[in-house]
Design a protein around this ligand. Structure first.
Ligand code: UT7
Length: 332
């Protein structure tokens, strides 16, 4: 019996309407369009403004987009994996609510939390459930309402992040398409470099943590940048080498959108020209768990069955990795 492989068979995406441009940020903090553009590649990002709407809203919209585009009956979905760093609430898993809201009444669901690598790790998890033969349709959603944990008086972080959601459906492939190989890594050395200090079990919320703004993201950008640049390129090069792929063989790099300079360094190490690199950081900024599926959603029409895709991410923790996947369909 041939091995079951796990293929992506549909994608969907959603970003909120409100556009926070570099020009608007110039009126909020001491920054400028030129600095943001040259240091990060970001021009604008989307923000979910409506009170009472959380990450689940972004996830539901992305999942509904996938369901309608692919004509998928939500009742056929076996499982919903919700990759996120900004769950609706600390205890009740966001994915469980999302699954119910989209009509995936026969699915079980949980959240997967690994900062900016949540979606990449989720791809690995989804693939294992499919490869086991037990599950036929696994919906993987990556969504983050980053604006809920960003201090819009901190110019070192508020220029980077945005809100969004994306979704992919994994199904068994008969002809060996889908996930081929993966290198997933993590290192607790990064714990202090990208974090939210308070609101967890070490430092629960109190008046002082609120006054000290300890519920917002803190990032030591320089340190994270240094680790991201070398590690994302290393795993991407390694996964190519061990699968006998050259820059010619790779059709697309699907990189986490944290900083254009990190993406450029990875593409250079892989010997890939700019045209083979998915890039939408200028439009959305860093949407954390949503960057990879939002790339797929934006580039879906250009993808062809059999294309070799390398996904790569680096994020808080630290968490990082690369996945080699063969694309499974032509969109029409
Ligand atoms: O997705 C999760 C993983 N995260 C990442 O991969 C992010 C990795 N880090 C980065 O992308 C970059 O480090 C940043 C974009 C966050 C910062 O860029 P940088 O080139 O590392 O800048 P820097 O932190 O070294 O700051 C350079 C200067 C500083 O001024 P001085 O000390 O040289 O006078 C900053 O105060 O730029 C200043 N600066 C700003 N200036 C204008 C910092 N933020 C801003 C700003 N506007 N928004």
């Amino acid at each position: 019996m041939s091995k079951i492989t796990a293929a992506i068979t549909a994608v969907g995406g959603y970003v909120p309407e409100y556009v926070l441009t570099n020009q608007i940020l110039e009126t909020m903090v001491d920054t400028n369009d030129e600095w943001i553009t040259t240091r990060t590649g970001i021009k604008e990002r989307r923000i979910l403004k409506e009170p009472g709407q959380g990450t689940s809203y972004l996830a539901i919209q992305a999942a509904k987009d996938l369901l309608s585009k692919s004509n998928t009956n939500p009742e056929d979905i076996d499982m919903v994996i919700m990759a996120t760093a900004t769950p609706d609430m600390p205890v009740a898993a966001t994915g469980v609510y999302v699954a119910s809201q989209i009509g995936a009444v026969n699915a079980f669901s949980y959240d997967l939390v690994a900062a900016c690598s949540s979606f990449l790790y989720g791809m690995s998890t989804a693939a294992r459930y499919i490869e086991s033969g037990r599950y036929k349709k696994v919906l993987l959603i990556g969504a983050d309402k980053m604006s809920s944990i960003i201090d819009y008086e901190d110019r070192t972080t508020c220029i980077i992040f945005g809100d969004g959601g994306g979704a992919v459906l994994f199904e068994p492939s008969d002809d060996g398409l889908g996930l081929q190989d993966e290198i997933l890594r993590s290192d607790g050395i990064g714990r202090q470099s990208l974090k939210i200090d308070a609101g967890g079990s070490i430092l629960p919320a109190n008046e002082e943590t609120v006054a000290n703004k300890q519920h917002f993201v803190f990032q030591d950008g320089k340190t994270v940048f240094k680790f991201a640049v070398s590690n994302m390129a290393d795993v991407s090069e390694k996964i190519m080498n061990r699968n006998g792929l050259t820059g010619e063989d790779v059709h697309w790099l699907v990189p986490h959108q944290a900083n254009k300079r990190i993406i450029d360094a990875t593409a250079k190490r892989m010997n890939l020209p700019e045209e083979k690199v998915m890039m939408n950081i200028h439009k959305y900024g860093n949407t954390t768990s949503a960057t990879l599926p939002l790339c797929l959603n934006d580039y879906e029409k250009q993808l062809k069955k059999g294309d070799n895709l390398v996904f790569a991410s680096f994020g808080g923790g630290f968490t990082w990795g690369a996945i080699y996947l063969k694309w499974a369909y032509n969109s029409n």
